[in-house]
Design a protein around this ligand. Structure first.
Ligand code: MN
Length: 246
């Protein structure tokens, strides 16, 4: 049996093919695992638990089925769906994890996170993040009518597209110094995150110990899954047409 990690699916009604890929994954692949970690940006946008878009209902149901089968389901916020709250957790049976979290992955102490906290070169984003993760800001946002929240999210998305368009690729990647600091601070040799959409397994030596940073891929052109077991971890991709993987 195994533990699966996914992130950056960015599910939305605009990509029914990716929603189907995820639902196939949940019915074929996920049942062969003991635990599933979704490390942020499951949804393209989440405007509050009181507004579940029609196309998100099947996703919620699939998660619930997984959790109800006795498997462990963990969900972390991404930079797009950080307003998932207690009602979402209740509906899906997931446990919402703080970012970062430390887990014991088959004997290896591992730090898991969405990954945006590692992109410290993007100063403007870090400032934006601080604003929208403030409980008072969130309370005020969630108190607005749904239509207004939809309009505000659209505005924010267009603004961020304008800004990220002018950023260099390096600024939007994890900062290696920050990665090393975080690993030392938490005393881990392994880290798993998404967000940067650059799937890879990086190995490096720090403080005389080999460290591993695993980056999950996004679900734009294909699915991306990290499967971990006693023998180690493997990054795999799922073709859009079948969704069952290799
Ligand atoms: Mn992200």
């Amino acid at each position: 049996m195994s533990t699966l990690f996914i992130s950056d699916l960015h599910l939305s009604g605009e990509r029914p093919d990716i929603v189907k890929l995820f639902l196939d994954f949940m019915s074929v692949r996920a049942p062969r695992s003991d635990a599933l970690y979704i490390l942020g940006d499951l949804f393209e946008v989440w405007l509050g638990d009181d507004f579940i878009p029609p196309d998100a209902q099947a996703v919620v149901d699939a998660l619930k089925k997984y959790a109800e089968s006795g498997r462990s389901l963990f969900v972390m916020h991404g930079n797009r769906d950080f307003l998932m709250g207690g009602r979402f957790a209740g509906l899906t049976g997931c446990r919402l994890l703080p970012d970062p979290s430390i887990i014991d992955l088959y004997g290896t102490k591992t730090l898991i996170g969405h990954g945006d906290l590692l992109c410290t070169d993007d100063v403007a984003y870090m400032r934006f993040r601080q604003q929208v993760r403030n409980p008072q800001w969130q309370q005020a946002f969630l108190a607005k009518p749904v239509a207004e929240r939809i309009a505000l999210a659209k505005e924010a998305r267009e603004e961020s597209k304008k800004q990220t368009g002018s950023l260099t690729q390096d600024i939007m990647d994890a900062n290696q110094h920050t990665v090393e600091q975080v690993m030392l601070e938490h005393g881990v040799t392994q880290m798993i995150h998404g967000h940067t959409h650059r799937p890879s397994i990086h190995k490096f030596v720090l403080d005389n110990r080999e460290r591993t940073r695993i980056v999950l891929g996004d679900w734009y052109e294909q699915g991306s899954v990290l499967e971990c077991g006693k023998q180690g971890c493997q990054l795999q991709s799922l073709p859009v047409d079948s969704g069952t993987g290799t």
